[in-house]
Design a protein around this ligand. Structure first.
Ligand code: KIV
Ligand code: ZN
Length: 510
């Protein structure tokens, strides 16, 4: 086993391919900054040729996030590589990541190319990428279902052409740990020039084995592992970064020679930021970052943990940055105390304008909620971090509902043309508010999903709502926070509508 493992984060590329995830460039930048704080070695910031938005996001991250390597994906096609380089050239440490499928299945049915043509294309395109950028990663897509002899040939050729990293993807999550470990070892033993490149792995979780496969690869010579926060990614997702890193830390006895750069105390913050911005919720029993990961429900367990934490706790909540929720601020706290608490929570780079806006929201909240916890402050701050252009804004709403009468809602919605006031009846207050908003904005919205979460315990907790709406086959996520769940719902719905309008040219109006 080598001693330094490079953590390559693909939350913003493969993770963003999770159905329904739609981040704008400022949100991607915020996540990239947090990944930098977390200590990842490489950030895959997007797939620049895929869309104008992806290109702009990769460029923005390349311009602003300077410590980690910034990479962008490109098919083994000249125009993809040019576009990737156009965005990446601003990075302090740029890397072009190019790929082509190498399994018989993909070459025949997807690419319609012969193995000879694929070998030639891979070599030429790595060479071309190398002429632009010194650091080039090559991925043979569907690597684990590729004929090994052909794979060795391709890897040898791309390394000769200048690839600095060869990444072996288990694209469809088909591999089994022992088999995958041996596969990596066989690459080490059969590719003549393999010592000139880093061996990387990229495991998908279709059979729930992404982490086990990544570990088997590390044990057999891989020194870069590709993962995503909260295990996001195509279909069942990618290897979850937080799981891999906490395994290496918790089982240091087994992985004593493996070092990595991750600051595990940043895991909770990173996971929460990604959850909130993507709108993809985390199952409560998810390892490391699920709400129950450190909860001890049964009396026996509670007793054990109180007597000696190690009885049922193999890692501490503090090691992933979970702090005991302290009641820190209230109605009488001033701006100085608020700013101080922000710094203690790690928000050191916020502009004065953002702090002032967040302080105003904090004051509004303090008027309605007696005790403001760290979780409340973090929620307010995350709301302030990213601005979607607010085409529509909620001015006010009124509802009337009960168990024996149908709910009615009136909303006042502001846009640059003025205020539109509409009313509607519905099956419950939220349905009525959403219908009234549809009328006020003049759109028929297709609501696909609605999710409500309380930020802290207690009946005066802040409610966080995320909604997903659909337009022309595209999903847009919106979120809203308020102590009043109807207000949080209305804000989330309007936020999703704004995102949709900011992103699409073709909106079907009534
Ligand atoms: O899963 C996969 O094969 C990929 C490659 C593009 C690396 O995401
Ligand atoms: Zn993938």
């Amino acid at each position: 086993m080598g001693n330094r493992i490079f953590i390559f984060d693909t939350t913003l590329r493969d993770g963003e391919q999770t159905p329904g995830v739609n981040l704008n460039k400022l949100e991607k930048l915020e996540i990239a900054k947090q990944l930098d704080k977390l200590g990842v070695d490489v950030i895959e910031a997007g797939f620049p040729i895929a869309s104008h938005g992806d290109f702009e996001a990769v460029k923005l991250i390349a311009q602003n996030v300077k410590r980690p390597i910034i990479t962008g994906l490109a098919r083994a096609v000249k125009k993809d590589i040019d576009r990737a380089w156009e965005a990446l050239q601003y990075a302090e440490r740029p890397r072009i990541h190019t790929f082509i499928a190498t399994s018989d299945l993909h070459m025949k049915y997807k690419l319609n190319m012969s193995p000879e043509d694929v070998l030639k294309r891979a070599t030429e395109m790595v060479s071309y990428a190398k002429s632009l950028c010194n650091d080039v990663e090559f991925s043979p897509e569907d690597g684990t279902r590729t004929n090994p002899e052909f794979l060795y040939k391709v890897l040898e050729a791309v390394i000769d052409a200048g690839a600095t990293v060869v990444n072996i993807p288990d694209t469809v999550g088909y591999a089994i740990p022992n088999e995958f470990g041996e596969f990596i070892r066989s690459i080490k033993n059969n590719v003549r020039n393999i010592d000139k490149a880093i061996i990387s792995v990229h495991c998908h979780n279709d059979l729930g084995l992404a982490i086990a496969n990544s570990l088997a690869a590390i044990e057999n010579g891989a020194t870069q592992v590709e993962c995503a926060i909260n295990g996001l990614g195509e279909r069942a997702g990618n290897a979850a970064l937080e799981e891999l890193v906490m395994i290496l830390k918790t089982r240091k006895d087994l992985f004593d020679k493996i070092e990595n750069n991750i600051i595990t105390e940043q895991i909770h913050n990173t996971s929460e930021l990604v959850r909130q911005l993507t709108g993809i919720q985390i199952q409560p029993n998810k390892a490391i970052v699920g709400a129950n990961a450190f909860a001890h429900e049964s009396g026996i367990h509670q007793h054990g943990v109180l007597s000696c934490r190690e009885t049922y706790e193999i890692m501490t909540p503090e090691s992933i940055g979970l702090k005991k929720s302290l009641v820190v601020l209230g109605k009488h706290s001033g701006t100085h105390a608020f700013e101080q608490r922000l710094k203690e929570l790690g928000y050191t780079n916020l502009s004065q304008e953002k702090i002032n806006e967040a302080f105003q929201k904090f004051k509004d909240l303090a008027d309605r909620k007696k005790e403001i916890c760290d979780e409340d402050i973090e929620s307010l701050i995350r709301q302030e971090i990213v601005h979607e252009k607010e085409i529509f804004q909620l001015e006010s709403f009124h509802i009337s509902s009960g168990n024996n009468l149908s709910a009615t809602a009136t909303v006042r919605i502001k846009n640059e043309e003025g205020i539109s006031e509409e009313a509607a009846c519905g099956e419950g207050p939220i349905n009525a508010v959403f219908k009234a908003i549809d009328r006020a904005v003049g759109l028929e919205i297709n609501l696909k999903d609605y999710f409500l979460k309380s930020i802290t315990g207690g009946t005066d907790s802040l409610g966080e709502v995320s909604v997903r709406i659909e337009n022309n086959g595209k999903i847009f996520t919106g979120r809203g926070i308020s102590i009043d769940i109807i207000e949080a719902s209305a804000k989330a719905y309007i936020n999703a509508i704004n995102r949709m309008l900011n992103n699409s040219e073709m909106i079907s109006t009534k």
